[in-house]
Design a binder for this molecule. Structure first.
Ligand SMILES: *Cc1c(COP(=O)(O)O)cnc(C)c1O
Length: 360
C-alpha cells in the first residue's frame, strides 16, 4: 500500500518502528533504561555529526528551542534572525518573549538566506550574541546554505550560530561540528520517522561555556541540568519512554542505511517528484527547494486541489500557511518514502491535471 500522508511533518512511521514502540514499559531508572539511553546518545551523535552530547527532550522541537534560549541567553542580549519564513518568524517571536533584542532581517518568503545577505546584516549589527538560521524553511520549501553562511560570518563574529534543522536533519547533509554550528535543533516527527513528541538539541563547547553566564529562570527546560543527567545516562524527569523505544529503532534504520545514502535517497525522490509534476504542468513556489518538501503553486485551473486530493484520493498534503494558503500547497517527502510512493502521488496529480487543465 503506498503512503497517503505527504505532509512535511508529521511523517509516516514505518511499521517496524511502530512495533518497537509497543514494547512493555520499563522503569526509567532501571539498568535496562540506562543502557538504552546510552546507546541512543552515542548514535544521536553520529546522526548530528558531533562529539558533543545530543539531548533528547520530551517536547516538540519548539521545546528544544526554548530550552536552548532560556539556558543560554539573558534579557537584553542581541539576536540576529533571518526571517525567510514562518519558522524563522517563530524564533524571532520566541526570542522577544525572553526579552532579547531581536534584529529581524526580512527576506522574501520563498527565497533562501544567502551568505551575502547574512554578512551585510552582521556588519550592521556586529554586536549580536546569537544568529538564527532555518536550514530547510518548511513553510516555503526553501533551503539555505547553512555551511556557506556560517563560514562567511565566522571571521567577523563569535556569536552563537543557532540552526533549526527540524526538517533537514536526516534529509540533507548536515555536520554540526565541521560546519561550526553552536546550537542545533531538531524534532522526532520529520527525518527521524517517529511520531511527534521528542525534541533534540546539541550545543557546541563554546555554547556550553556560555550557559554558565545565563541566569534566565528555567526548571523543566534546563539544559545544564539535562547535560549532567545525560553524562550518567540518567533521566531528570520521566521521559517519553515509548518514543525512545521508537527512536532506538529509527536510529538503527538510519545508520544501517548510512547518512550519505539517506541524503542521496531524499534528493532522488525530490527530483523524481518535481520532474513528474513539471511534465503534468505544475509549477513551483520556490526556486531553491529543500529535498524535504515540494511547494507547488495552486493552479488557477484547480484552486481546491488540496481538498480534492483529500476527499477524492484520501491523500493528505499540507496547505500553505497564513497568506500562502491560496497561493501554494506543500508535499512532504521526508523519511521512509519510496519511488513507488512518489509515482503514486505524481500519477494522482497527473490525473487531476488531465481532468481540470484546459488543453493548450
Ligand atoms: C516542523 C518544523 C518545526 C516544528 O516545530 P515543532 O515544535 O516540532 O512543531 C520547526 N521548524 C521547522 C523548520 C519545521 O519544519
Amino acid at each position: 500500500m503506498p503512503q497517503t500522508l505527504f505532509t512535511p511533518g508529521p511523517v509516516p512511521v514505518p511499521a517496524t518502528i511502530v512495533e518497537s514502540m509497543s514494547q512493555p514499559m520499563i522503569h526509567h531508572h532501571s539498568a535496562e533504561a540506562k543502557a538504552l539511553f546510552g546507546s541512543i546518545n552515542t548514535r544521536l551523535q553520529q546522526v548530528f555529526f558531533t562529539e558533543q552530547p545530543v539531548l533528547t527532550l520530551s517536547s516538540s522541537s519548539t521545546g528544544a528551542a526554548e530550552a536552548a534560549v532560556c539556558s543560554l541567553f539573558n534579557r537584553g542580549e542581541k539576536a540576529l534572525v533571518f526571517n525567510n519564513g514562518r519558522f524563522a518568524e517563530r524564533w524571532a517571536r520566541m526570542l522577544r518573549v525572553f526579552g532579547l533584542n531581536v534584529q529581524e532581517i526580512m527576506i522574501e518568503w520563498a527565497k533562501p538566506v544567502t551568505a551575502e545577505i547574512a554578512t551585510q546584516a552582521l556588519h550592521q549589527h556586529p554586536d549580536v550574541s546569537c544568529i538564527w538560521l532555518v536550514h530547510s524553511e518548511t513553510s516555503t520549501g526553501a533551503l539555505s546554505d547553512v555551511q556557506g553562511i556560517i563560514a562567511s560570518l565566522r571571521p567577523f563574529t563569535n556569536a552563537l550560530m543557532c540552526v533549526d534543522a527540524v526538517s533537514s536533519l536526516g534529509v540533507h547533509e548536515l555536520r554540526m561540528d565541521d560546519w561550526d554550528i553552536d546550537v542545533l535543533l531538531c524534532g522526532s516527527q520529520k527525518g527521524f520517522m517517529l511520531p511527534p513528541g521528542l525534541g533534540f538539541v546539541a550545543l557546541s563547547q563554546k555554547a556550553w561555556q556560555k550557559t554558565a553566564q545565563c541566569s534566565t529562570p528555567r526548571f523543566y527546560f534546563d539544559l545544564k541540568a539535562a547535560a549532567e543527567a545525560h553524562r550518567k545516562n540518567a533521566a531528570l524527569f520521566t521521559p517519553a519512554m515509548s518514543l525512545l523505544f521508537g527512536l532506538d529503532a529509527a536510529l538503527d534504520r538510519m545508520l544501517k542505511e548510512g547518512m550519505e545514502k539517506v541524503w542521496a535517497r531524499h534528493e532522488q525522490l525530490a527530483t523524481l517528484l518535481r520532474t513528474e509534476l513539471l511534465q503534468s504542468g505544475y509549477t513551483f513556489f520556490t526556486h531553491h527547494p529543500s529535498n524535504a518538501l515540494t511547494t507547488v503553486l495552486i493552479p488557477e485551473w484547480c484552486t481546491d486541489i488540496v481538498q480534492i486530493l483529500l476527499k477524492r484520493y484520501a491523500v493528505h498534503v499540507a496547505p500553505g500557511q497564513d497568506h500562502l494558503q491560496r497561493i501554494m500547497f506543500r508535499i512532504g517527502h521526508i523519511g521512509a518514502y519510496t519511488q513507488e510512493d512518489v509515482h503514486f502521488l505524481a500519477s494522482i496529480l497527473r490525473t487531476i491535471a488531465t481532468e481540470y487543465r484546459p488543453s493548450l
